[in-house]
Write a protein that binds this ligand. Structure first.
Ligand code: HAM
Length: 428
């Protein structure tokens, strides 16, 4: 006798998306990519793993993402490779390698897929996370910052989300950051902090501003903020971004203490926060990165982009009671009783699919009751029924599921009739 095998599970913190929720996954991904496409972003498909150096150099050695969360391993040739923890560094690598930065600027790109971070899994925090991102590279124009932000805002709104906020700040540029950093470090040196926090203040003082402990927060009340110490050029850039957003009708609030988990940000930096998600409230974030391309061996070109978390956006939809999969899996469902009826139904459904109507039918031998139950579950607006009476009469019964109304249509006319119904429903 063979031993019964234990059922396997997905690795910890790695979600599956199966029907019907996977329809919501696709809706979220499509909402972002469609908004990006409407603004002229072209698709870029990137490797899932890259040389480890790319992320160490691009994202920053002192970030948690690089220091603690990367899936890094040696391949069989002894090279150190890493499953991508984020998309921006890979996009820049590909832009440089393919010489896109030598063509028309800005280079506008959109990507979607899984990213990997060894974080402590909890609701909305996964080890394989899904993002849709865009990057606009090569032009340092506040109007472009506003466009990138507006694409994200439009994507969220097109899904019906309303319970989110856009937080905005500026992290300054090369001409004001070093001076500010010193000012902040001097301020932090005068506080009563533990050794680990002092060390953090030395390596990345900005991150101390994000400390959540009340005793630390209290001491930070009068900390100098980047936004009050911007260079003239950075301040003007930020003011222009804000007035573009005002003109676009995109609401925002300034959060001068925003700290992003990646080191490459300069100037405009933002986060979309949803209030229905608890601790993991960031549904998307991004910003401008002046030095990244140069850091990766390319020209000194600036860029701006965002990454939207598909998993968390799905949780946000759920929190607002929006079911993006409510549209149903198919438009038409076929119920055919007996092999001859099935033989009549199969080409009808094939012809409907050819016309762009989503169609499925009851397979196997489940009887009338089971087949109707499956029709209900499919979410189809129309059910087609062929039994022995219909076969004899050469007709198909067309049932509108919402009203229960039904009538017989000649078999040779049913495709045109039903395709007409489906496109009328699309217009509603
Ligand atoms: P990020 O803020 O690290 O930015 O990630 C973007 C979004 O991905 C977050 O707002 C969140 O919704 C989602 N996310 C991040 N980590 C997790 C996780 N462990 N589980 C579930 N969702 C998660 C970036 O990755 C930048 N590359 C964005 C960017 C593009 N900046 C400029 N261009």
């Amino acid at each position: 006798m063979t031993e019964k095998k234990t059922a396997l599970k997905a690795p910890k913190g790695v979600p599956d998306y199966v029907p019907p929720t996977s329809a919501g996954f696709v809706s979220v991904r499509d909402a972002v990519t469609s908004a990006a496409r409407r603004a002229g972003y072209g698709h870029i498909e990137l490797p899932i793993f890259e040389d480890t150096t790319l992320f160490a150099r691009g994202v920053g050695e002192s970030t948690d993402v690089v220091a603690k969360e990367m899936y890094t391993f040696s391949d069989r040739g002894g090279r150190s490779v890493t499953l991508r923890p984020e998309g921006t560094a890979g996009v820049m690598r590909a832009v440089i390698e393919n010489g896109l930065d030598r063509g028309q600027l800005p280079v506008k790109l959109c990507y979607a897929g899984p990213f990997f971070r060894y974080e402590r899994p909890q609701a909305g925090r996964y080890r394989q996370l899904q993002q849709v991102g865009i990057e606009a590279i090569g032009v340092d124009d506040p109007a472009l910052d506003a466009e990138v932000i507006a694409v994200a805002d439009e994507a969220f709104r097109s899904l019906g989300l309303t319970g989110f906020r856009l937080e905005l700040t500026s992290l300054g540029d090369d001409s004001c950051r070093p001076e500010y950093r010193e000012k902040l470090q001097n301020f932090l040196a005068g506080l009563d902090l533990d050794e680990a926090t002092r060390e953090r203040a030395r390596i990345n003082p900005l991150r101390v501003l994000d400390d959540k402990r009340p005793e630390v927060r209290e001491q930070l009340a009068d900390a100098p903020l980047m936004i009050d110490n911007l260079s003239g050029a950075s301040a003007a850039h930020f003011a222009a971004v804000r007035s573009h957003l005002d003109a676009l009708g995109v609401p925002y609030e300034i959060n001068p203490r925003m700290v992003r988990g990646l080191d490459y940000y300069t100037k405009t930096t933002f986060e979309f926060v949803h209030d229905g998600l608890g601790a993991q409230s960031g549904i998307g974030g991004g910003g401008r990165y002046d030095g990244l391309m140069e850091q990766l061996g390319g020209q000194a070109l600036s860029g701006i982009g965002f990454g939207i978390g598909v998993d968390r956006t799905m949780l946000a939809l759920q929190a607002e009671g929006i079911d993006p999969s409510a549209a149903g899996r198919v438009d038409v469902y076929g119920v055919a009783i007996g092999p001859e009826a099935k033989a009549a139904m199969v080409p009808v459904l094939a012809a409907l699919r050819e016309r762009g109507v989503r169609a499925d039918m009851a397979y196997g031998d489940r009887g009338m009751k089971g087949a109707f139950k499956a029709a209900d579950r499919s979410g189809a607006g129309v059910t087609l029924v062929v039994g022995s009476d219909e076969l004899e009469a050469g007709t198909v019964v067309v049932k509108t599921m919402a009203t229960g109304e039904q009538h017989a249509v000649p078999l040779d006319a049913v495709v045109g009739h039903v395709a007409g119904l489906a496109s009328a429903a699309d217009r509603d």
